[in-house]
Design a protein around this ligand. Structure first.
Ligand SMILES: Cc1cc2nc3c(=O)[nH]c(=O)nc-3n(C[C@H](O)[C@H](O)[C@H](O)COP(=O)(O)OP(=O)(O)OC[C@H]3O[C@@H](n4cnc5c(N)ncnc54)[C@H](O)[C@@H]3O)c2cc1C
Length: 693
């Protein structure tokens, strides 16, 4: 007789996103259970180092910041691939999330009034922090942002926020079931009713029946041979959703982080460059200013990773037995700064490289890091395909990152989405009925049959060999630079591996704690997700954000301003790719240039019309406040999408500061020259910030 557990909100995943959803449900009086492969505090979120973006504008280099600038950076960073309504909700709630975290016990690094030494553009400078900011939450610089906006706790931000939320969950009486693995969603084709879950120690199958189910299973970095992700980031949650008929959004949008250490791929945070660290080549030359004279090492991540790869291809990499690499130099920051603000980085360098980064340069290379794509949801976080199934955090394509995520926007997303989507999940708990145990038994039987077949198979392929081949293929053919021929080869071979994975030979037939069985069950799911990624990448014949096609270098808004949706229900032999157009006429910020390298944009036919419409609105409403402008151009956010209790204005030390979105729009519309506008923006920002460097 199978054990059945009932709850209102089942949350699959005990990282930041899952815990925050569970807390939101519990706060509304619903029972919530969180499932995790590992103890929740060991979830991958704890590895996040650098920080979490929120436009608090406390420190001197953050003054003048606000949600408008954060929105602008996020949309540009996404290469216009994001859902702007979601990006708006996110940037509005991020300051609230950071302040809430402080109340929950996160020891944010704080502003200290007076002069402080730092490094900007490789030069030592003294910043003067105002007395009025003393004790407020500090922020550091990160790539692709107009202001220093990334709030941090030294370089252990994910760790401290995760511990705070997990402790809150324990305090709130939320049950966290650890060392269990969801293997299948319970559904009837229309609605999700929970999951069939395997206890990783006893091997027992348990049915969890729930009014709502939330996928918070994190990213899929471990499909690649080298990744900054924890070993449990295998993307199996995405396969569960696929099997049940739910679409993955933009699976081809995969981020490579510039500075993972060589050879193991452990990350050194973007905070290293944000705090002033620089990249050097085989000659010790600082090469990024040659490629990106304005943003240098702090260009968006996708851009820096490509520039590093280009530079190595020109023979400027440092040869090593593990292949070429470049150097990250943080020696210029000084020992005191490193030991205080980058202490995890120091320990990683000591333990995994045997070097002292205050004295020696760190060998780095761009490495797989983040999945912008995931289980496609609407702005409420509900999946495309099954009612009652939600997704949040890295597992989701909510979709605020489009084709490139800004550093610091992911931790912020986990908590912000946890707050917003958590509220919608709680609403759904009030409407949806509990599922039937008969349905649960039917789904459990499918899982049981798969396990039985695997344990009794006496002939077939090796799990390890297939997995290693998949990881190598993803590394070599679905990497930073992509091309049609390599992607086609990847799809072809992954298809073969997926076929071979249907007959696997296991060396032990134990039913309880059996890592080989666990790997076999995961392998099929991983191959399914890998095929979705490679196929979507092959089909997208343009370059956008982190998806860089050597054979199609243009960002082609005319044909490709659309979101990929890949479906592969288990009833179908092959996957299916569809597209969802992004409506330019509904964009608050119509497509423009990100300002990196040569502008290779093929314009969308509606862009000019939308720009003209916005310019006309601006002319007709010269005295409109930024908020009035925002609500006129993208009304849904405050009219219906954001939960009411999250709509309030964000309070800042200097009040609300007007930001140059209007000028940016005029520039895009061609009403003023780009240079004139850049000066306007800089002058305005400097005036507002009263920056003293
Ligand atoms: C090294 C590193 C540093 C980073 N630093 C930053 C940073 O400074 N700032 C930033 O914004 N972002 C950063 N990121 C990204 C960020 O950390 C992640 O995107 C984010 O923490 C993901 O949180 P999550 O809650 O969505 O998922 P996770 O924290 O990955 O949690 C996933 C959960 O799902 C569970 N799970 C998975 N599958 C199953 C299953 N089948 N059944 C049951 N449970 C399951 C796991 O056990 C885990 O509890 C970093 C990423 C890396 C790799």
């Amino acid at each position: 007789m199978m054990k059945t557990v009932y709850t209102d909100a089942l949350v699959i995943g005990g990282g930041l996103a899952g815990l925050r959803v569970a807390l939101a449900c519990k706060a509304r009086g619903h029972e919530a259970i969180v499932l995790s492969l590992v103890p929740a505090k060991r979830s991958h979120s704890s590895a996040a180092q650098g920080g979490m973006q929120a436009s608090l504008g406390n420190s001197v280099k953050g003054q003048g910041d606000g949600e408008d600038l954060h929105f602008q950076d996020t949309v540009k960073g996404s290469d216009w691939g994001c859902d702007q309504a979601v990006a708006r909700m996110f940037t509005h709630v991020a300051p609230k999330a950071v302040r809430e975290a402080a109340n929950l016990g996160v020891p944010w690094s704080r502003v200290k009034a007076g002069p402080r030494k730092t490094v900007v553009n490789a030069e030592p400078v003294i910043l003067q922090e105002p007395m009025a900011a003393h004790g407020l939450i500090q922020a550091r610089d990160f790539g692709g942002t107009a202001k220093w906006r990334t709030c941090y706790t030294s370089d252990g931000t994910g760790h401290s926020v995760l511990y705070a939320l997990d402790n809150q969950a324990i305090g709130a009486g939320i049950e966290i079931h650890e060392r269990v693995e969801a293997l299948r969603l319970i559904h009837d084709g229309e609605r999700c009713h929970g999951a069939i879950v395997r206890d990783l120690i006893s091997g027992e199958l348990i049915a969890y029946l729930a009014r709502t189910t939330t996928m918070a299973t994190g990213g899929w970095g471990r499909l690649w041979a080298v990744s900054t992700n924890a070993v449990i980031c295998e993307g199996t949650g995405a396969a569960l959703a696929l099997d049940a008929g739910v679409a993955l959004g933009n699976p081809e949008a995969v981020q490579f982080h510039p500075t993972a250490i060589v050879p193991v791929g452990i990350l050194t945070t973007e905070g290293c460059r944000g705090d002033g660290g620089i990249l050097r080549d085989v000659d010790g030359h600082r090469f990024m200013p040659d490629y990106e004279p304005e943003k240098k090492e702090l260009a968006s991540r996708d851009v820096v990773s490509r520039r590093m790869t280009e530079h190595m291809r020109k023979g400027k990499g440092v040869p090593s037995q593990y292949g070429d690499h470049l150097w990250l130099d943080i020696t210029i920051l000084g020992r005191e700064h490193i030991e205080k603000n980058l202490r995890e980085v120091k320990e990683i360098c000591e333990n995994f490289l045997g070097i002292d980064p205050a004295e020696e340069w760190i060998p780095v290379r761009p490495t797989q890091h983040y999945s912008m794509g995931g289980v496609r949801t609407d702005p409420n976080g509900e999946s495309d395909g099954l009612k009652g199934l939600f997704a949040v955090g890295e597992a989701a394509c909510w979709d605020m990152h489009g084709f490139n995520r800004l550093g610091g926007n992911s931790l912020a997303e986990t908590v912000v989405a946890g707050m917003i989507v958590g509220d919608k999940v709680a609403d759904a708990c009030e409407c949806y009925a509990m599922g039937e145990s008969t349905l649960a038994r039917q789904h459990a039987a499918v899982v049981q049959a798969e396990i039985d077949a695997l344990l009794s198979g006496d002939d077939g392929a090796s799990v390890v060999a297939l997995r290693q081949r998949m990881e190598t293929l993803m590394m070599e053919k679905v990497g930073i630079f992509r091309n049609g021929a390599a992607l086609a080869e990847a799809v072809e071979e992954l298809t073969l591996l997926a076929q071979q994975s249907q007959r696997l030979k296991l060396s032990t037939s134990k039913r309880h704690a059996n890592p080989e069985l666990v790997d076999a069950l995961r392998l099929r799911k991983m191959l399914k997700v890998a095929l979705c990624i490679a196929t979507a990448a092959r089909e997208r014949t343009e370059s956008r954000g982190a998806h860089a096609r050597e054979d199609f270098p243009e960002r082609n808004d005319r044909d490709w301003l659309k979101r990929t949706l890949v479906r592969w229900p288990e009833s179908q032999a092959a996957l299916q790719v569809e597209y969802e157009s992004l409506d330019v006429m509904a964009m608050e910020m119509p497509p423009g240039s990100r300002g990196y390298g040569k502008d290779l944009v093929i314009a969308h036919p509606h862009t000019a019309a939308r720009l003209a419409e916005i310019a006309a609105w601006d002319q007709a409403n010269p005295d409109a406040t930024p908020k009035q402008r925002q609500q006129a151009l993208l009304p849904a956010v405050f009219a219906s999408l954001l939960p009411e209790h999250l709509r309030g204005d964000n309070v800042r030390r200097e009040g609300q500061v007007p930001v140059p979105l209007k000028a940016e729009a005029a520039k895009l519309a061609g009403l003023i020259s780009p240079n004139q506008n850049d000066e306007t923006i800089e002058a305005e920002a400097a005036e507002v910030a009263g920056e003293q460097v």
